[in-house]
Every structure is written in C-alpha cells, then in structure tokens.
Design a protein around this ligand. Structure first.
Ligand code: SF4
Length: 356
C-alpha cells in the first residue's frame, strides 16, 4: 500500500485561475530568465514553460521599460503571470493595472508603510494576491542581530511582520516564501512558519545552483517539507533553462505521489550486461515526451536480468538483449525491434495512446 502524503490545511487563494492552498494540487512555478524588455524572447519562453507543464510564471520588472514590455507580454500568454517587483511601489501598482495575476514583493524594500499601503489598496481592489518573499540575503540587519545566532527565527519574524502589515492593511490573499540557500535552514524556517501561519506557502531553496546540484538541493529541501505536508506551490530554482525547473518540479511532485502528470521514464543505470546505450535513449525519450500531460510509465532496460519484469510492469517498455529489444505494451510482449528503433517505436506508441 502506498503511503499518502498528509497535507497541512492552509487558506485557499487564487493566482489567476490557479488555486493555491487548502489542499489544491501543489502548483509548479518558474521564472523567466530573458530580459523582460525583449517581449518576443520572454513571450516565447513563457509559452515553452506552459507546454512543459508550468502552472504559474514569474517575470521580473526592474524598471519602467520592463513594465511597458510586461503589458505586451501579458496580452500574449495564457498561464497566470506574477510580477516580481523590488524597491518601487509604482511599478508594483503599474503591473497590477497591466493585469498581473499576482505580485511578489518584499515589503521591507518597498520603503515606507504608505507605499506598501498603496500597493495593498490596488491588490485588494483587483483581488490580486501578494506573495511576501523573504530571503536571507535581503533580511533586515537589525532582525539578524536581534535573533543572532538563530537566523531561522530572524527569517520567521521578518515574514511574520510583513504578513501582519498586509493583513492590517486588509489584504485578503497572501502567500509566503522564506528562503535561504542553506537547505537545512530552509526546511527549519518553513516548519516554524507553517506552525504560526495559515496562508499558503511557496517553497523553494534560493540560489540552489546549477542543474545537477540545484535539483538535488531543491529535491531535498522541498521534498522533505512536502512530505511533512508543508507547502502549496513550488519553484525548483536552477541556474539553467527554466523549462528544466518545471521538469524537475514535475518529477519531485510525482516522486511524492502529489501529482501524476507527464511521462515517467524508468531507465536502468547500465552495467556490463547492458546491450544498448540506455542513458542516451532515456534522455532522448524524456526530451521528446516532456510536453505530454498524461501520466505514463515508460521503462528502458539494458538486459534480460530486470528488463522484461520492469518493462512488463510499465505502460510500455523495452528490454534489450543480444538480438535487439523486445517491446512491451501494458504488460504484453508485442514485438522484437532494433535498438535503433526504440525511440521512434515508443514515440509512435505514445502517440497512439494519447490520441485515443
Ligand atoms: S537491467 Fe541489466 S544492464 Fe541494466 S543495470 Fe540491470 S543488469 Fe545491468
């Protein structure tokens, strides 16, 4: 029997039409890394993210030119777009007027309470949620000193103060992130904050790193929290193509049984018995199938030791042997194929399954 992850109940908010919190499916976010003023490149990247399964995308708006570009970008994309704003409350207001589905601010760097209040008023009028993003890199020095050496307490207190400020201003839809680049510190911070706050939480390990190390750090940090029932939306931050962030998020959620979308490619690690380059075949398949929303398990196995067993249990799979490979579909051995035909045969088979 599979153990189900118990999710803590949080309040429900909506970013555009995407529900967050109160047991809504954990949504996957990413962030564009194009220059926002390049409308064409940013729009293209958002479309690629959408095809990859991204639920929400964040775009930074550092200046007025980016705000002008944001207006055009917003008109050309389908998934909800969150405007990421620092320092300038007028840009936050402009982004909401331009149709942003959510804004992410750090109230601590917006300036005076009056400026935060102006943002809050527009957010309330337009029913736009605000993400309070607290980051260890930008936390108030005074708080760090007050709670030293407990940096977790400083992060939690900083988020608590910002959330209280927005609540006092009447904001009715808030989500919160509390990020550190240290995985253990991130886990502890979210745990403590989840025990005092019912707004939905956006999970992430900030500045997680490059594809390999960043994905592992994020999987550990976000994975532990989700397994404990903490977290409502996530971003796997990678110094790489944001589409890979979405893919990593999908794998993470699927591993915890929290989402079952997309193709899960099971591939053997290869040993001296391998009769084909399983790694290259599996990567080609993952790449070609990354847009598929249906949940399918595809096994690519190198030899007869575990190959037929895994391939039989998957929706479809191949078990290689000295004479090529045997294709299995829903548990039945269908036909013998050449190793060079594995990718095309599986793609063809998936095409048939998904177009039914
Ligand atoms: S399936 Fe075969 S080739 Fe692959 S790791 Fe196992 S024994 Fe080795």
């Amino acid at each position: 029997m599979r153990m189900a992850v118990h999710r803590e109940r949080t309040k429900r908010i909506y970013v555009g039409d995407v529900p967050i919190g109160a047991n809504a499916p954990v949504s996957i976010q990413s962030m564009t890394n194009t220059v926002t003023v390049d409308v064409q490149a940013t729009t293209k990247q958002i479309r690629s993210l959408e095809i990859a399964g991204c639920d929400l995308v964040r775009v930074s708006i550092p200046d007025q030119d980016s705000l002008a570009a944001f207006v055009k970008i917003k008109e050309q994309v389908n998934i909800p777009v969150i405007a990421d704003i620092h320092f300038d409350h007028r840009i936050a207001i402009g982004a909401m007027e331009a149709g942003a589905d959510g804004i992410r601010i750090n109230p601590g760097n917006i300036g005076s309470k009056q400026k935060v209040a102006q943002i809050a008023q527009v957010a309330i009028e337009r029913k736009i949620p605000i993400r309070v993003g607290v980051n260890l890199g930008s936390i108030k020095k005074g708080l760090l000193e007050q709670f030293a050496p407990d940096r977790v307490a400083a992060l939690v207190e900083s988020a608590r103060q910002h959330v209280t400020l927005l609540e006092d201003l009447g904001v009715g839809a808030i989500k919160v992130s509390l990020k550190s680049s240290d995985v253990i510190e991130t886990i502890e911070t979210y745990r403590r904050f989840a025990s005092i706050c019912a707004w939905p939480l956006h999970l992430g390990v900030t500045e997680a790193g490059t594809l390999f190390s960043g994905a592992i750090r994020s999987a550990v940090g976000i994975g532990v929290l989700l397994f404990e029932g903490i977290g409502d939306t996530l971003r796997v931050s990678l110094s790489d193509d944001p589409v890979k962030e979405v893919f990593a998020g999908r794998v993470l959620l699927e591993s915890l049984g929290l989402r079952s979308e997309g193709v899960h490619v099971i591939a053997c690690p290869m040993c001296a018995r391998a009769n084909a380059d399983i790694s290259t075949i599996a990567l080609e398949l993952e790449d070609a199938l990354s847009h598929i929303k249906e949940h399918l398990i595809v096994a690519v196995m190198g030899c007869a030791v575990n190959g037929p067993g895994e391939a039989r249990q998957a929706d479809m799979g191949v078990a290689c042997d000295k004479n090529g490979a045997v294709l299995f579909v829903h548990g039945k051995a269908m036909k013998r194929i050449e190793v060079s035909e594995i990718v095309s045969t599986i793609l063809e088979q998936i095409q048939k399954e998904t177009s039914r």
